[in-house]
Design a binder for this molecule. Structure first.
Ligand SMILES: [Mn+2]
Length: 504
C-alpha cells in the first residue's frame, strides 16, 4: 500500500520516496542518516534499529539492566566475603569472553559468547574481558571493559570492532581499554591494592590468553584468596527479569511454531534430515539466530536412544517422530520436545504410551504450583509413571513405591527437568535440590522409551515418547511458555494428518 513512488529515497537509496516510507523503511532511513556514526563490533541502535531500541545493549536489555546485574554481583560477593571474614575488603572480579573456535584453518565455528560474560556486559565480541573492582562500598565499584585492539587489516576482513572510546557510552561501563593493556592494568592495580580477593574461574576459564595474563597477575601478587564467581553469577541468572521473560517467551513462540510447521510437513518416507532442515529454517525465518542445540530428530525406534542426533534415517508409515528442538533468540534458549505419528495417526500401542506420558507431564506441571525442587519433581515423575504403567498392566503389580519408581526409571532413564535460560542446561552450578521460585524457568520433560530389549510386550518395542515444555514459575503458578506447541492427541493428529487439505 505504501509502494507507490518509484523515486529513490535520497538517504537510504531504496526505491521509496522518503515521504512514503513505511515504518520499517523509516528505521532504515534513520540508520542511513547515522551512517556517519561508526558501526560497533555488534548490533547497536544506530546501525540495527530493527533489532535494538534506545539504550539497549542487546535486544530488549538496556544498559541500566546490565549495570544493575554487575551491581548485584558485587553486592552478593561482598556480602559473602564479609561473612567469611576475608582479610581484605578489596575485590577484583575478572570475567573473560570466549575466543573464536576454528573447525579447520581459518574456518570458524559459529561464535557463541561465554554466557556469564554476556550476562554481565552484553558484549558479543570474542577476545574481550571485563574487570570489576570494588571500592569503599559495593555501589562505587568500577567496571573496565577490555575490547579488541584496533586492527585495520582484521577489521577489513571480519568487520568493525568496538573500540575503547565507544565502549563506555554503549555498554554503560566506567572505563574501557584495549585487551593488550590487561596485563598492565592488573599490574598497576596490584601496586595500588597489594592484597585483594580475586574472583576468577580458574577451573573453567573460557579464554586461554586471558587466563595466562591472570595467572601472571596472581603469581606476583600477595592475593591470598581466589574463588570462582560462577555460582554467584548463576544465582542471579536463575531469576529472569521482565525483559528476559519476554525474550524467552518469544524464543518459545518461535520454536513452537517451527515444530508445528515441521509436524505438518512430515509424511511417511521423509528423511530425519529433512525434518531437521525444516525446523531449523522455520526458527531462523522467524528471527532466531540458530537452533539452541543439535536437535534430536528420531524416527521409529531411534527415539529410544535419548541423545540420538545422527538424524540420517528415513521415517516410515506407522512410525513416530520424536523431535527435541529449540532455538536461541537474542541469547535466550527454548527447549521443546514433541512426538507425533509421521502419518498423522497413532497406533494403539503408541497412543497408550503417549497418553501416559501426557498425563504425567500435565500432572507435573500442575505440581509446580507447590514449588518443589527439580529433584522432587523427578521423584514424582518416577512414581506417577510407575503407577500409570502398572494401571495399564505394563509393569508388574507390586505395592512398593520403590519398586514402581525403579521400574519407571528403567523406562525413563533421564531427569525430568533442568533450568533454562541463556544456556539450554542453564546455571548448571545451581543444585537441583533447591525449591523452585517465581522468576525461574524450568523444563518439564517426562518420557517413556521402550527399547527392543525391554521386558514389555513386543508391540511396545521401539516406541519412544517424550513431551517437553518450558515453564515459567510465577507467584500465580506455572506459566507454560511453550503453550503454542500443541500436545493433545487430536490436535497432533490434525496437524500431522497427511490427508489434511489445509496442510501446506
Ligand atoms: Mn530439555
Amino acid at each position: 500500500m505504501l509502494f507507490l513512488q518509484s523515486k529513490l529515497c535520497s538517504l537510504c537509496r531504496s526505491s521509496l520516496s522518503r515521504k512514503y516510507c513505511s515504518e520499517v523503511t523509516q528505521n532504515k532511513v534513520k540508520a542511513c542518516e547515522s551512517q556517519n556514526r561508526k558501526a560497533l563490533g555488534q548490533p547497536a541502535p544506530h546501525t540495527h534499529p530493527h533489532l535494538l531500541g534506545e539504550n539497549e545493549v542487546t535486544p530488549l536489555i538496556k544498559k541500566e539492566e546490565y549495570q544493575s546485574r554487575r551491581q548485584k554481583l558485587v553486592e552478593t560477593i561482598v556480602e559473602h566475603a564479609n561473612k567469611q571474614n576475608c582479610l581484605s575488603s578489596d575485590h577484583v572480579i575478572i570475567i573473560p569472553s570466549t575466543s573464536k573456535q576454528y573447525m579447520s584453518d581459518k574456518i570458524p565455528y559459529v561464535f557463541r559468547q561465554n554466557t556469564d560474560y554476556l550476562y554481565l556486559t552484553g558484549s558479543q565480541e570474542p577476545d574481550t574481558c571485563v574487570v570489576i573492582t570494588t571500592g569503599q562500598s559495593p555501589s562505587d565499584h568500577k567496571s573496565t571493559l577490555f575490547t579488541r585492539d584496533k586492527d585495520d587489516h582484521a577489521e577489513l576482513w571480519d568487520g568493525p570492532r568496538t573500540h575503547p572510546e565507544d565502549a563506555p557510552a554503549f555498554f554503560g561501563v566506567d572505563h574501557s581499554l584495549p585487551i593488550s593493556e590487561l596485563s598492565k592494568f592488573l599490574g598497576s592495580y596490584r601496586k595500588t591494592v597489594p592484597s585483594s580477593n580475586l574472583w576468577y574461574d580458574f577451573e573453567g576459564s573460557s579464554h586461554k590468553d586471558i587466563h595466562r595474563v591472570v595467572c601472571d597477575y596472581i603469581k606476583d601478587s600477595s592475593n591470598k584468596k581466589f574463588e570462582s564467581p560462577r555460582n554467584f553469577i548463576h544465582k542471579l541468572r536463575l531469576y529472569k527479569s521482565t525483559a528476559e521473560i519476554a525474550l524467552m517467551q518469544k524464543s518459545c513462540d518461535i520454536a513452537s511454531r517451527a515444530i508445528v510447521e515441521t509436524m505438518s510437513y512430515s509424511r511417511p518416507g521423509i528423511g530425519e534430515n529433512q525434518l531437521f532442515a525444516k525446523v531449523d529454517f522455520e526458527c531462523r525465518a522467524r528471527g532466531a539466530e540458530f537452533l539452541a542445540y543439535p536437535p534430536v530428530v528420531a524416527g521409529g525406534n531411534r527415539a529410544t536412544t535419548i541423545h540420538y542426533i545422527n538424524n540420517n534415517q528415513l521415517v516410515y508409515t506407522n512410525e513416530m517422530v520424536l523431535m527435541d528442538a529449540g532455538c536461541e533468540y537474542h541469547g535466550y534458549a527454548s527447549d521443546i520436545t514433541r512426538t507425533w505419528p509421521v502419518n498423522g495417526k497413532f497406533t494403539d500401542p503408541q497412543r497408550e504410551i503417549y497418553e501416559i506420558v501426557l498425563e504425567v507431564q500435565r500432572e507435573l506441571i500442575a505440581l509446580c504450583n507447590q514449588l518443589p525442587s527439580l529433584d522432587a519433581l523427578f521423584e514424582c515423575m518416577c512414581l506417577l509413571l510407575g503407577k500409570k504403567l502398572q494401571e495399564a498392566g505394563l509393569i508388574k503389580t507390586q505395592p512398593s513405591n520403590t519398586y514402581l519408581m525403579k521400574a519407571a526409571y528403567k523406562l525413563c532413564p533421564h531427569h525430568v527437568s533442568h533450568y533454562l535460560g541463556m544456556d539450554v542446561h542453564d546455571t548448571p552450578s545451581i543444585n537441583r535440590n533447591i525449591k523452585i521460585e517465581p522468576g525461574m524457568v524450568i523444563t518439564v520433560e517426562p518420557g517413556i522409551y521402550v527399547s527392543e530389549k525391554s521386558s514389555l510386550p513386543k508391540e511396545y518395542h521401539g516406541i519412544g515418547v517424550r513431551i517437553e515444555d518450558d515453564v515459567l514459575i510465577t507467584v500465580n503458578g506455572p506459566v507454560v511458555l511453550s503453550r503454542k506447541c500443541p500436545k493433545e492427541i487430536d490436535e497432533i493428529e490434525e496437524i500431522a494428518n497427511c490427508e489434511n487439505t489445509t496442510k501446506s
